[in-house]
Every structure is written in structure tokens, then in C-alpha cells.
Design a protein around this ligand. Structure first.
Ligand SMILES: [Zn+2]
Length: 247
């Protein structure tokens, strides 16, 4: 019988690579930030250990937890933000990976408690509308179960938002959380979020009255890349005609 350790080997490698990628792309410095992924069939999460420098990270150092945040495997303590990840996995059934970074420009918007308006098509290619900001937690929510309550604040903000169309959020006075179908996709989203946060900051520095693009242009760019009518990029191999495959 395959042990949980062996079965999760590929996911451990993926999560380790994703965490190192955050650091390599300059999205996470020191030990800030963390990436995780979920194995939905087993109900297990693989996450970065707390306080370990990215340069030292190895797949066997990652921590495996259940969907209550209980450690199932690992010698090190999990990331202190584990329970925020847990709440997101429980609330957003479609997601396979979560990334948290304090990347500079996204954090500037989070600290300013300003949502990032959709000022151009670079933004619209990835985020269907302004990137939302949470409200501050109440004192009692900070004193007890802070990380879990951060997750609940995000989920409350998404009451009328679709997490597959808006794969990022700015936590007020803190920084961003991003997610995706896999942890690799979540890293890409975190990278693009930083880029569009910087673009929006510079745009509004040059023109403080800059306005969001028309909704028709937003829809055009988002839905040509996402959803059933998407036509950007190349189709998966199985969609290609059989004659094409035989060549
Ligand atoms: Zn943080």
C-alpha cells in the first residue's frame, strides 16, 4: 500500500518549487510569504514550514495537515498563516493552491485599503474587475483565532464574488492572498497581481483621475482567456482533430 508520504511526494515537490519561485521572482523576501496546495481526494494540505528561509527549503521539510489544520506529517511547525489557507480551501471548493506574499506594490494597495481598479487589459486578462480589499478585523477577531478570522474576512468579502474570476484579494493593512487551480497557477497570479498593482500605481501617479476600462473591454479580455468561450493560446491536444494528431 502506498503511504501518504509517497503519495504526496509529487505535491511536496510542486509546493517546494512554488515557494522557491516566490522568492526567485522577488515576491517574497526573508521568510515572508507562503504557498500551499491541496490533495482534494485525500483532504490533505501541503504547506511551507514556518520561518524557514527559502534558500534552505526542501520538499521533505514541508508540513502536511488535514482540513482542520491538524498536522498529519512533518517535523517542523507549519506556516503561521496555515489556518487562513484552510478557510480558503474549505470555502472555495474549486481551488487547488494558495499563495500569500508581501510583494511590494500589492502590499502598498492593501495598506492603503484601496481596491486595485481595472485600468487596462493586462489587469482584465487575469482579474474580472477591481481586486477587492477586506475590511479590518474587530479587536476580538485579532485577539483570538487571528489567522482563521483573516480567512473568514476574505470569504465574507467574496459573498458576491466568484473566486475563479477573481483569484486574489488584498487583506486590509496586511498584504495579498492569491489562489488558482494549482499552486503553480497561484504563483503566476501573485506575480501578475504585483505587476498590475505597479501599473495601476504608476497610472494613477501620472493621472489621478484615470478611470476603469469599459465593462465590455473587461469582459472581452477576461473571457477570451477564461471559461468555456476562451480562445486565447493553443487548445489542449485532445481537442485537436485526429488527422492533426497523426501527422
Ligand atoms: Zn503576511
Amino acid at each position: 500500500m502506498t503511504s501518504t508520504k509517497d503519495a504526496l511526494g509529487a505535491l511536496r515537490d510542486e509546493v517546494c518549487r512554488a515557494n522557491i519561485e516566490l522568492w526567485r521572482r522577488g515576491l517574497a523576501t526573508f521568510t515572508f510569504g507562503n504557498a500551499s496546495a491541496i490533495d482534494r481526494s485525500r483532504g490533505l494540505i501541503v504547506i511551507k514550514p514556518s520561518g524557514v528561509p527559502y534558500a534552505d527549503l526542501r520538499p521533505e521539510m514541508l508540513v502536511v495537515t488535514d482540513l482542520d489544520g491538524g498536522v498529519v506529517d512533518g517535523k517542523l511547525r507549519p506556516s503561521s498563516d496555515l489556518l487562513t489557507h484552510v478557510v480558503l480551501y474549505r470555502a472555495f471548493a474549486q481551488i487547488g493552491g494558495v499563495v500569500h506574499t508581501h510583494s511590494h506594490y500589492a502590499t502598498v494597495w492593501a495598506q492603503s485599503r484601496r481596491e486595485i481598479p481595472c485600468l487596462g487589459t493586462t489587469h482584465a486578462d487575469y482579474f474580472h474587475g477591481p481586486v477587492p480589499t477586506t475590511t479590518h478585523l474587530e479587536g476580538a477577531e485579532i485577539r483570538a483565532d487571528y489567522e482563521e478570522n483573516t480567512g473568514h474576512a476574505i470569504v465574507r468579502r467574496f459573498a458576491r464574488l466568484d473566486p475563479t474570476r477573481m483569484p486574489a484579494v488584498l487583506v486590509a493593512g496586511h498584504a495579498s492572498f492569491c489562489w488558482g487551480s494549482s499552486v503553480g497557477v497561484a504563483v503566476e497570479t501573485a506575480s501578475v497581481l504585483e505587476e498590475i498593482a505597479r501599473l495601476a500605481y504608476d497610472t494613477m501617479t501620472l493621472n489621478a483621475a484615470a478611470e476603469p476600462i469599459p465593462s465590455e473591454l473587461l469582459d472581452k479580455h477576461f473571457f477570451r482567456k477564461h471559461g468555456p468561450a476562451a480562445y486565447y493560446g493553443q487548445p489542449p491536444l485532445e481537442d485537436a482533430p485526429a488527422t492533426e494528431l497523426r501527422r
